[in-house]
Design a protein around this ligand. Structure first.
Ligand SMILES: C[S@@+](CC[C@H](N)C(=O)[O-])C[C@H]1O[C@@H](n2cnc3c(N)ncnc32)[C@H](O)[C@@H]1O
Length: 275
């Protein structure tokens, strides 16, 4: 780690009580470079001045580390695989075993796009089957404002660009100005606060116990320091059923490829199953 970065980490802790040492060095450096150039500073050493003199700048920089961008059906290959192979397989396994519920955890769910995408697929796949298998999605995030937006489930037209027309008309109401998730779909997803760095609770509190058939944690791990990523992956692993699936984002492909307890279920996709 370079000296300036080290100074900035200590400054953020000392002056503002923000521990930014948890983040990945590359991610921190890119975020700092962006703020430095936005404030007219040519070097990180120069950026130390506005950062220590102006709390508002420190807050702006800190907020830039809390990335919450998401999309419905964000990774097309992953969602195609879920729709055509993984979820139908899970439903069939449940039916064969005489068990009735599929349990899903969306960790770092942002404003709900990811858990609602999964809820749409599961609702469509389970509707009208002879042996009823139902599903519950536990969606968690560390950000209250994101969760509030998720519970509200209101999206502008650009945000639903990846949603198929039949899903838009079946699972949303809207007048073209904004789209609102149907109550029947909202009822399948429970949103709650859960910090993946909280070592005191292993599973999302609302779920009581883990045993998830599928946990999805995408575009979250790679912001963190390697040892923190490892502890987040341990938590996900702990909460999975013995043969559960782990789904990550493209950005995490390298990290999970090194996990011993999982194998990729399809070449090129970031869907893994416990060995
Ligand atoms: C970039 S968004 C990704 C959203 C979604 N998973 C996706 O792939 O589109 C990252 C989300 O993770 C949440 N997050 C970051 N760190 C977290 C943590 N330690 N515990 C829980 N959520 C976290 C953020 O609040 C944000 O909503």
């Amino acid at each position: 780690m370079n000296r300036e970065l080290d100074k900035i980490i200590r400054l953020m802790g000392r002056l503002y009580g923000r521990d930014i040492s948890i983040y990945d060095v590359g991610f921190l450096t890119r975020s700092l470079d962006r703020r430095a150039s936005a404030t007219g500073c040519r070097t990180l050493a120069a950026y130390l001045v506005p950062l220590s003199d102006f709390e508002a700048e420190a807050e702006t920089f800190y907020r830039s580390l809390r990335v919450s961008y998401s999309e419905f059906f964000r990774n097309p290959l992953t969602f195609a695989l879920l729709e055509q192979l993984i979820l139908p397989g899970l439903i069939a396994e449940k039916e064969r075993a005489g068990r009735s519920e599929i349990r899903v955890w969306s960790a770092g769910c942002a404003a709900g796009q990811e858990p609602y995408s999964l809820a749409i697929l599961l609702d469509e796949l389970t509707a009208g089957r002879r042996n009823t298998v139902s599903f519950r999605i536990f969606a968690t995030d560390s950000s209250e404002p994101e969760l509030a937006a998720a519970r509200e489930g209101v999206y502008d037209p650009a945000a639903v660009g990846n949603v198929r027309l039949k899903h838009l008309s079946g699972y949303f109401s809207g007048d073209g100005g904004s789209y609102v998730v149907a109550n029947a779909l909202k009822e399948r997803v429970s949103f709650s606060v859960h910090d993946m760095l909280d070592e005191g609770s292993l599973c999302p509190p609302a779920s009581i116990y883990g045993e998830f058939d599928l946990a999805i944690c995408s575009n979250l791990l790679f912001y963190y320091r390697p040892d923190i990523r490892r502890s987040i992956l341990n938590k996900l692993e702990h909460c999975l059923a013995p043969d559960g699936y782990l789904v990550t984002g493209e950005a995490e492909r390298e990290l999970v490829a090194k996990l011993e307890g999982f194998r990729a279920v399809f070449p090129g996709a970031t869907v893994y199953r416990r060995r």
